[in-house]
Design a protein around this ligand. Sequence first.
Ligand code: DC
Length: 227
Amino acid sequence: MTKTLKIAIDGPSGAGKSSLAKGVAAKLGLTYVDTGALYRTVGLYAIRNGVDAADKAGIIALLPSLTVEMTNEEGAQHVYLCGEDVTDKIRTPEVSHYASSVSAVPEVRQFLFSLQREIADKRDVIMDGRDIGTVILPDADLKIFLTASAEARARRRYAELTEKGIKTSVEELIAQQNERDARDSGRDVAPLTPAEDAVFLDNSQISLAETIDEVIRLATEKQLTAK
Ligand code: DC
């Protein structure tokens, strides 16, 4: 099998990973893979089955009856939960809360591991998440650790949600973000930590276009081109 090109983007929620990854994907001809969507899909399944976010055993018990698939339809990623397209249903604050909880369960991470690997083996990808550079793609050609201040991250999430008609406030989002950051970074399994060979980018003060340009520059420096 010919080696595929892999770019990993990790960082806390709201740092702008998906906008960055989409922009770089478009410029370099890569497939963008949003791995958070997979944890969100498991979270949605837990909600639908009435399993509490803190009920680890209950979440593990759901896995045998769960199928998660990911497709690329006209350049956009779709996720399927037991055959149902749930792409638009996984973007609520409740699902965000559940996704963060289920992602701390090792069995859930194991459950989603091979799916992520298979996607990356098949095509040239830019994948974003929390453990891409450390666990899923330790062999990535380029690893970025993207951060931004808590305030900048919450303001961006606020703009995103408001645009979708979801009512919230920056204060509420900062509180939720702090809670999720603590859980994502403090968990025993695959905590949010930068890979040793990751390049740090803080985009609190720079625009999305400038952040994309910086990653393109890094990719060009490494002579990374899609096949
Ligand atoms: O990127 P996101 O906000 O859509 O991710 C939802 C949750 O899933 C988030 O709380 C962290 C978790 N996650 C993870 O643990 N590992 C990943 N590779 C991607 C997301």
